[in-house]
Ligand binder design. Sequence first.
Ligand SMILES: Cc1ncc(COP(=O)(O)O)c(C=O)c1O
Length: 371
Amino acid sequence: MNVPLLDLQAQYVSLRDGLHQAIERVMVSQRFVLGDEVRQLESSIADYCQAKHAIACASGSDALLLALMALDIQAGDEVITTPFSFFATAAAITRLGGRPVFVDIDPQTYNLDTSRVADAITPRTKVIMPVHLYGQCAQMDPLLELGKRHRLAVVEDAAQAIGATDNERRAGSMGLVGCFSFYPTKNLGGAGDGGILTTNDDEMAQRLRRLRTHGGVTEYEHSEVGINSRLDELQAAVLRVKLPSLDEWSEERGKKAAIYSRLLHDAQLSFPLIIPYVREEGRHIFHQYVIRVPGNRDALMEHLKTRGVGTKVYYPIPLHRQECFSYLGYKEGDFPESESAARETLALPVYPELTEAQQAYVVDAIRSFPH
Ligand SMILES: Cc1ncc(COP(=O)(O)O)c(C=O)c1O
C-alpha cells in the first residue's frame, strides 16, 4: 500500500465541476486581479474567522510582511516570536530591518511558551507574533494580556490554523492582525499562492488595503510605499468553491487524528512515541498530525519510506540556527525545546480522505520498525 503525506487528487475529484465552473467564470469575465471574486472571498473569510475585515494578498508570507509594515516595524525594532516555525515567520521581521527575538516553545504544543515571553520584552519590543503551529492555537490570553500591559501589538501567524479556536475565539480574530496562507497544501488551499489578513480594526484594514497595492490612496496617488501583493481572481474563485467544505474537512482531519492517537496508543510499541497533545481550550484543525520519536526519528522516517508511507519533518532546523540569521548571535542550546522538537518530530499523512485502512497500515508500519 502507498500512503502519501497528502493526496490533493481526492479533494479535486469531489469538487471538480464546481472548480471548473469557477475558473470558467473568471475566464469569461477577463477580470484577473482584485475583482468581485476577491471581494466576496474577503467577506466570506471575515465571517468565517469572526473578524470585521479580511484583506486578501498574494501569500501567507506577504500577509506577515504587510502586517508588520502596517505596524511600522523598522530597523532595530524587536518582534518576539518562536524559533520553531516556517522560515517566513522570521523573514518577514528581518526584511523590514526588525530583529526577531526568539522565545522557546512549550514541548507539548510546539507553540510559544507563554510563560517565557515577559522576560523577552525590552524597550525596543513592538510586536508579539505567536504562530498557531500545525493547526492548534497558541495560548492567546497571556499574550494578549502582555500586549495590553506593554502596549505591544499581537500579530497571529495563523497560516496553518484557519478555523482553529482558543476559548471559542477563532484564529486571526484575537490579535490586532491575523495572517493566513492559502498555499495548496493548507487546509484551505488554492491553486497556487495566496494569503489573507484579518483584523477588527478599521484603520488597520484600510492601511493594509493600501499597502498591498503599492501604498496607493488612488491608482496614481501614493501616501507611502507599499508592495504589490494582490490576490488573483482565479485563486479567489477556487477558494470560494472550497470554503464551504472547510469545516467538514477540518472535522475529518480531527477524526483521523483521533484514530491515529487511539491506534498508536493501543499498538504497544516497543519504543517511545509521543502523540500530539490537544489543548482542551480550543479546536485543533490538524493541519499536520505530528508525532515525536526521541532518538529514532530519522530511522523511523526511512523505515516508513520503504513501506510506502509519506512523512515529513516540519521543521528540521529551528530558525535561530539558520545561516542567514547567524548575525542575530544565537547559538545551539539557546532554545533546547525547539532544538529537540526539530530532532524528534515527524508528520504522518493526514487529510480528510485518508481511509481507516490506510491509517491502520501506517500504524502497522510504525509497529514493525526494527529499532
Ligand atoms: C507558519 C507559517 N507562516 C507563514 C507561512 C507562509 O505562507 P505562504 O507559503 O503562503 O507564503 C507558512 C506557510 O507555509 C506557514 O506555515
